[in-house]
Design a protein around this ligand. Structure first.
Ligand SMILES: Cc1cc2nc3c(=O)[nH]c(=O)nc-3n(C[C@H](O)[C@H](O)[C@H](O)COP(=O)(O)O)c2cc1C
Length: 367
């Protein structure tokens, strides 16, 4: 019997061998040339950490809070459509694993299971992700449904107004199912319109006219705190906080919408700076190691979110697979914190990261 995978990359390798090519490419792929996707890992890998000695790290506390909700370590599950592509229990399995790990799962409105069924299966905190729809009643109605079902925050994805060009999906003629969350709307059978001849689907009901005023409008019409997703500039971060967002996710949607953008970790410091504590700031994109979580926290994020890794966990072993990817990241983070002399998440700071290499400093000083 092959040994269990020891890291997220090994989970992906096994998942790739098991998944249908169309599903694998849909999950792994990104927009056009996938340049930002590759840049994401390059940048994260290039940030260096500083080990520190003689600090009491006999107990390491990874716990934190997001919107006042305690989570056992600073990694949540990002909203991602159709977990059914990776496992038949889909989001029910993911929700149970998130609960077991004592962290938040953000459910995508494109889930394979209804938001109510996922809420019933969940044993931990859950947030709901949706869009601004052309029909304002639908926007408020979905938010109300989520609140009624027990979701405690509303994640509004801002970066998905325009359909992206994803060439892997075009080549595979890939179509995804319409989520049962939209069952009452009669949107046909195809959710993702990558196939040239695919009929209209849920993305066509999104409102492309929205401005920050719409965020203010939503914030004053729901009791749920709003988390906005897709912030990639300091200015948008500031505007989101001023327009009623209680938290935001620095995200480029896993490089799945626009290619050749900065990576999220590159813009994180500017967002943190301009938001100036008026809202919580989280980050997603390319987090595959506990050290990536450490780097994001050192650069000012309160937590990270994981997208593709949850699918690799699901594809390999359902709920247990998702539990395992979370435990791998938790233990990698715990070790990183210990070696860097950071016994708590609050003690992780910019001082823990490298900056210009000492050799480069020497050469610069020589002129
Ligand atoms: C297969 C897949 C489906 C996704 N579906 C959604 C979605 O429905 N709503 C959303 O806001 N983001 C969606 N995302 C983006 C994720 O929330 C997240 O921003 C991204 O996956 C983070 O990068 P990572 O996959 O490198 O961790 C999806 C991502 C993937 C991989």
């Amino acid at each position: 019997m092959a040994p269990d995978p020891v890291n997220i990359y090994e989970y992906e390798e096994i998942a790739k061998a098991r998944l249908e090519k169309g599903h694998y490419d849909f999950i792994a792929g990104a927009a056009t040339d996938e340049i930002t996707l590759r840049r994401t890992r390059k940048v994260l890998d290039s940030i260096v950490m500083k080990p520190r000695m003689m600090v009491d790290v006999s107990t390491r506390d990874l716990g934190t809070t997001v919107l006042g909700q305690k989570i056992s370590f600073p990694a949540m599950l990002a909203p991602a459509g159709n977990h059914g592509a990776a496992h038949q229990e889909a989001e029910l399995a993911t929700a149970r694993a998130a609960g077991k790990a004592d962290t938040v799962m953000v459910l995508s409105s494109h889930s394979a299971k209804t938001l109510e069924d996922v809420a019933n299966a969940a044993t931990g905190p859950i947030w709901f992700q949706q869009y601004f729809f052309k029909d304002k009643e639908l926007t408020l109605g979905m938010a109300a449904r989520a609140e009624e079902a027990g979701y405690t925050a509303l994640c509004m994805t801002l970066d998905a107004k325009i359909s992206p060009k994803r060439e892997r999906n075009m080549r595979n003629d890939y179509v995804g199912p319409v989520s049962p969350n939209y069952a009452h709307l009669d949107l046909g059978t195809h959710s993702w319109k990558f196939a040239a001849d695919a009929p209209a689907g849920p993305s066509d009901i999104r409102d492309q006219t929205t401005t920050w005023d719409d965020l203010e409008w939503l914030a004053s019409n729901t009791k749920l705190p709003i988390v906005v997703k897709g912030i990639m500039t300091g200015e948008d971060g500031r505007l989101a906080a001023e327009s009623g967002a209680k938290a935001m996710i620095v995200s480029n949607h896993g490089a799945r919408y626009l290619d050749t953008t900065f990576t999220t970790i590159e813009v994180l410091p500017e967002v943190v700076d301009q938001v100036a504590g008026k809202a919580e700031v989280y980050l997603d994109g390319g987090v595959r190691r506990g050290s990536d979580i450490f780097k994001a926290l050192a650069l000012g994020a309160r937590s990270v979110l994981l997208g593709r890794p949850l699918f690799w966990g699901l594809a390999v072993d359902g709920e247990a697979g998702v539990s395992s990817i979370l435990e791998i990241l938790r233990s990698e983070l715990e070790a990183t914190m210990g070696i860097c002399g950071c016994p708590t998440v609050d003690s992780i700071s910019l001082d823990s990261l490298g900056g210009i290499s000492p050799l480069q400093q020497l050469f610069n000083a020589r002129g």
